[in-house]
Structures are given as C-alpha cells and as structure tokens.
Design a protein around this ligand. Structure first.
Ligand code: NDP
Length: 253
C-alpha cells in the first residue's frame, strides 16, 4: 500500500536516492533547508519521470518543525526518514565549539525534534515507521570525527527510547548504519584525497576509503533504499530499536 513518506536532507546524495527509489510506489516529500537546491532536486527527478513533493525544512529551526507538525497533523506522514547530515573533521582540542553544536543539532537533536513533530499523527493513525540514517559511526569511531560519531551513536539511544515509548502502536524506529556509500560527495572526497596524498584515485579507494570494509566495495544508495523499503513493509513490523549495519563487514573487526 502506498505510504506518505518525508525524507530530510533529500536534495542530494542518499536522501535523494532513497526518494527516487520509493517514489515509484509511494507518495514522497523531499525536504531540505535550502529551497533552491530542493527545487533543483525536484526538477531533476521530474525529468526522470519521478514526481515528488517538496517541503523546506531546516531540522534545527523551531518554526520549520512546527510546519512539519502541521503537515503531519493535516495530511499525515506514515514514514519519516531522518537523513540530514554534515561532517566536520578536527582534533577535539581544535574543534570549533559552534561547529560541534551544529553537528549535534542537525544529526541528533534534529531527528529527535522531527520525531517529536510527526509522532502524534502517527499515533492517531496507529501506523508509523521512523528510519534514521545513522552510520557505521553509530557503532564504531574514527579519530577526528568526535561530533559526528557522538551524534550518530546518540541516534541509537534515541531510537531505543522512542521504540519503548511507542511500543503499544504499530510504530517502529530503526537506525541504518552504512559504511561509505557511493555518492557524489564521496566521489569528490576521493578526488580531493588523491590530490592531497599524490596517489591515484583507485589507491585512495583501496587504501583509505575501503580499508575498513572487508567486502571492498562502496554501499550503493539502492541498498539503503531497498532496506528502507523492507522496513516500511509488512514483514518488518516487529523490527524496532535496531541498528542495522550495511557496512561490508566493517564492524566484524
Ligand atoms: P549529503 O551532504 O549529500 O546530504 C545531506 C543533506 O542534508 C544535504 O542536502 C544537506 O544540505 C542537508 N542538511 C544539512 N543540514 C541540514 C539541516 N539543518 N536541515 C535539513 N537539511 C540539512 O550527504 P549524504 O547523502 O552522503 O548523507 C546523508 C546521510 O547519510 C547523512 O546523515 C550522513 O551522515 C549519512 N551517511 C553518509 C555516508 C556516506 O558515505 N555518504 C555514510 C554513512 C552515513 P547542505 O549540502 O546544503 O549542507
């Protein structure tokens, strides 16, 4: 059955890819904080025959969260994908405090507040699926990524807590934990790292990016989209509070 799905941070990368996949069978709203990038994403998708709605939503802004609540209460949101994210790499001693706070606001407080906004409507409909896009960094750490790792670990605690609070309804909340995903952003990082270290792009992929991924391949956006598709389907209604790793074996180390 067609579901009403809202995805945050969906004008590029993983969020956009998940939207394209799910829009084949569901009613999808892509949201992001930048209205013009959001419109560009919508028209890119329309060219491919993929129709989606848009909603400007900065997950750190109270008035935007109020509008999200209004949308959920008035039109219904069955599935929320908390995808918006940002990275900043720095030693903890040098980490700008405002940058640390910004990452936490976007990737931990943001998902908590979007969840808060949509849950009353989900409870009223006795159906809801909340899917956080965490990371392998929800489960393990890498140096110099303290804010990202802390926020992504926090998502698992958030999901466990909310899962207990909504257990009497047909609402679940889970966190996908991907290793490196094949997105434009990762591709451009490969290029930058190759220039920085004076090595080839294939060496960057093999020696740096996929070093911790025993299966030695990037996760495809479609693998994440397909997992979201499974979690919103009929056989996953008792899967809740889980961290689901799509990490090519990273966490087996
Ligand atoms: P992108 O940068 O392409 O997507 C993230 C989106 O979130 C961007 O459009 C970004 O906008 C948006 N965003 C940032 N801040 C806000 C905000 N306050 N409100 C709403 N939207 C916002 O990256 P990816 O597609 O790679 O990442 C998507 C998610 O997947 C993130 O949570 C990331 O941590 C996670 N992830 C990614 C992996 C990867 O290898 N790519 C691996 C594991 C997890 P803008 O660009 O303008 O900042």
């Amino acid at each position: 059955m067609s579901k009403r799905i809202l995805i945050t941070g969906a004008s590029s990368g993983i969020g956009k890819g998940i939207a394209e996949y799910l829009a084949k069978t569901h009613s999808v709203t892509i949201s992001d904080w930048d209205a013009s990038r959001l419109e560009t994403a919508r028209s890119d998708m329309a060219v491919k025959g993929c129709e989606v709605n848009t909603q400007v939503l900065d997950v750190t802004q109270g008035d935007h969260l109020e509008q999200l609540k209004h949308l959920a209460d008035s039109e219904g949101i069955d599935v929320l994908v908390n995808n918006a994210g940002m990275q900043h790499v720095s030693k903890i001693e040098d980490f700008p405090p405002e940058k640390w706070q910004q990452l936490m606001n976007i990737m931990l407080t943001g998902p908590a507040m979007t969840t808060r906004a949509v849950l009353p409507a989900m409870k009223k409909n006795n159906y809801g699926r909340i899917i956080n896009i965490g990371s392998v960094h929800s489960l393990v750490a890498s140096a110099y990524k303290s804010a990202y790792v802390s926020a992504k670990h926090g998502l698992i605690g958030l999901a466990k807590t909310v899962a207990l609070e909504v257990a009497s309804s047909d609402i679940t909340i889970n966190t996908l934990c991907p290793g490196y995903v094949d997105t434009d952003m990762v591709r451009s990082q490969i290029k930058q790292q190759a220039e920085l270290h004076h090595i080839s792009e294939s060496e960057v992929v093999e020696k740096i990016m996929l070093k911790n991924m025993p299966k030695k391949e990037f996760i495809a956006v479609e693998e994440l989209a397909g997992t979201v598709g499974f979690l919103i389907g009929p056989y996953a209604k008792n899967i809740t509070a889980q961290a689901i790793a799509l990490d090519g074996g990273w966490t087996a180390h």
